[in-house]
Ligand binder design. Structure first.
Ligand SMILES: C[S@@+](CC[C@H](N)C(=O)[O-])C[C@H]1O[C@@H](n2cnc3c(N)ncnc32)[C@H](O)[C@@H]1O
Length: 269
C-alpha cells in the first residue's frame, strides 16, 4: 500500500518487539524516576508492570543486592523479560487484584498506571501504600500526553471513518490521569512525603512514520485492536496524514515528538 503502512498492522496483546523499537527513549524516564527514589539499599523491590524488563534491568543496576521481582499481566512481555534477565524473578499478576504478600521497600512502576481503569488508579496506589512499612516507597511515572497532537489526532481519526460507531462503543482513548492536586490529597494521609513533578521530553525521530511506530506500541493499540486489518491500514494512513500536518519538520527533515510525563514518589509514613 501507498505509505508502506501495512507493516505497521498490530497483533493484539502487547508486542515487546514493537515496544522496544524505542526502548532507549522510553527508558529515559525510568532513570529519571529512579534518580529520585530516596533509598540507598532496599532489600525488596517490585517492578509493577515490568513489561519486557527494561525498567527491571535498571532497578537491578541501581540495587544489585536487592531481591527484585518483576510483575506484569502480559504473557508476551513476561516471556521477553525472563529471556533478557534470566536471573531475576518474574510473576504474572494483574495490578487490579494484586495484593502484596509482604511489604516491599520499593514499589516501582513506570508507564503502567494509566492503563488501569480510571476509577481504580488512586485506590490501587492507596492499597499498595497501606501495605508498605514506614519508609517504604511507591514511585510511579505515567505519560501526560493526552493533549499532544500524537494523541488528539488518534481521537480525531477515530471520529472520521467507518470505524466511528465501533470505536465509540469501546472508548479506546486512555482517560486523563488525576491531577497532581488530587494525587497529593489522596496519598498524603498515608505518607510522610509525596513529591510530584512533570517533565517534557523532546524526542527527535526520523520522520512522521516513526511517531506512528512509537505510539503503535502503546496508545494506538486500543484504537486498532478492535478493527479488521483493512480498517487498521486506513486508520493508520489517515492518522499519519494528520501527524504530517501537526508536526512541522525540523531543518534536518526529522520531527520532534514532545512527550510530557508525570512523576510521583510517595514515602509511607
Ligand atoms: C508501557 S509498558 C511499561 C513497561 C516497563 N515498565 C517500562 O518502563 O517500559 C506497560 C506494561 O504494563 C503492563 N500492564 C498494563 N496493565 C496492567 C495490569 N493491570 N496489571 C499488570 N500489568 C499491567 C502491560 O502488560 C505492559 O507490560
Amino acid at each position: 500500500m501507498a505509505l508502506g503502512l501495512r507493516s505497521l498492522i498490530l497483533k493484539s496483546d502487547w508486542n515487546s518487539a514493537q515496544y522496544l523499537k524505542f526502548g532507549d527513549q522510553r527508558t529515559i524516564p525510568v532513570r529519571d524516576l529512579l534518580a529520585k527514589v530516596p533509598l540507598t539499599a532496599p532489600k525488596r523491590v517490585i517492578d509493577l508492570g515490568c513489561g519486557p524488563g527494561n525498567s527491571t534491568a535498571l532497578l537491578k543496576e541501581r540495587y544489585p543486592n536487592a531481591q527484585i521481582t518483576g510483575m506484569d499481566s502480559s504473557t508476551e512481555m513476561l516471556e521477553k523479560a525472563r529471556k533478557t534477565l534470566p536471573d531475576l524473578n518474574f510473576i504474572q499478576a494483574d495490578l487490579e487484584s494484586y495484593q502484596l504478600e509482604q511489604p516491599a521497600d520499593l514499589l516501582f512502576s513506570n508507564a503502567v498506571f494509566h492503563w488501569l481503569p480510571t476509577q481504580q488508579r488512586v485506590p490501587i496506589m492507596q492499597r499498595l501504600l497501606e501495605k508498605q512499612a514506614p519508609g517504604g516507597v511507591l514511585a510511579i511515572q505515567v505519560p501526560d500526553n493526552a493533549d499532544e497532537p500524537s494523541h488528539s489526532m488518534m481521537r480525531e481519526t477515530a471520529q472520521q471513518g467507518p470505524w466511528k460507531t465501533e470505536l465509540e462503543k469501546r472508548k479506546p482513548a486512555l482517560s486523563r490521569f488525576p491531577t497532581p492536586h488530587k494525587l497529593y490529597d489522596a496519598l498524603k494521609p498515608l505518607c510522610s512525603s509525596v513529591d510530584i513533578w512533570k517533565t517534557n521530553y523532546f524526542h527527535v525521530l526520523e520522520n512522521h512514520r516513526a511517531i506512528v511506530e512509537w505510539v503503535k506500541g502503546t496508545g494506538l493499540r486500543p484504537f486498532l485492536d478492535p478493527l479488521p486489518n483493512h480498517q487498521q491500514e486506513r486508520f493508520l494512513q489517515l492518522y499519519h496524514e494528520k501527524l504530517q500536518r501537526a508536526y512541522a519538520p525540523l531543518k534536518d527533515g526529522k520531527v520532534m515528538l514532545r512527550y510530557p510525563r508525570l512523576f510521583v514518589v510517595a514515602v509511607r509514613a
